[in-house]
Design a protein around this ligand. Sequence first.
Ligand code: SF4
Ligand code: SF4
Length: 166
Amino acid sequence: MTISVKVMRRPEPGETSYLRATLRGMALTFKHLVNPKKVTVEYPEERPDLSPRWRGTHVMETHADGRPKCVACGLCPTVCPANCIRLVGGEDDMGNRYPLVYEIDEFRCIFCGMCQEVCPVEAIHVGVHFENAEYTRDRFVYDLDRLMAQEHPSTLLWDPSDGASE
Ligand code: SF4
Ligand code: SF4
């Protein structure tokens, strides 16, 4: 079997000009400089318009008296594929369950939204929020107080049977 080899001839110095390619590149740059259909957002001066289905930093819903809505059923840490929810449940004198410890490691979370889907009392939600930068890893572990203090809106998860969530 013969192997064919294509020999490329290198242009000699003086046979090539980069001027045409440079001008073409500059023309493209200037075209986008004045392009009215801008695709970039000048963050942070300009805020991006996030979809209501954006899945970001969690929010724990609270009752009017400030208690968390979580009833420590254990479903969200069970279903979480990233194993990033830590729950220690407690029970009051009336037999009502509540979270003694509830933490989410936002660094390990993959924002799948399954905790929100599975929660029977709609307590935990992923949120429409993305600005989550910290100097140390441990700051990404949100405890119950911090989750309850989040003020951004909750995510609207897609429900195929609900036309309103389209
Ligand atoms: S969004 Fe998914 S990965 Fe993140 S805490 Fe909830 S279940 Fe776990
Ligand atoms: S699924 Fe809801 S009620 Fe159950 S432990 Fe998670 S947040 Fe609490």
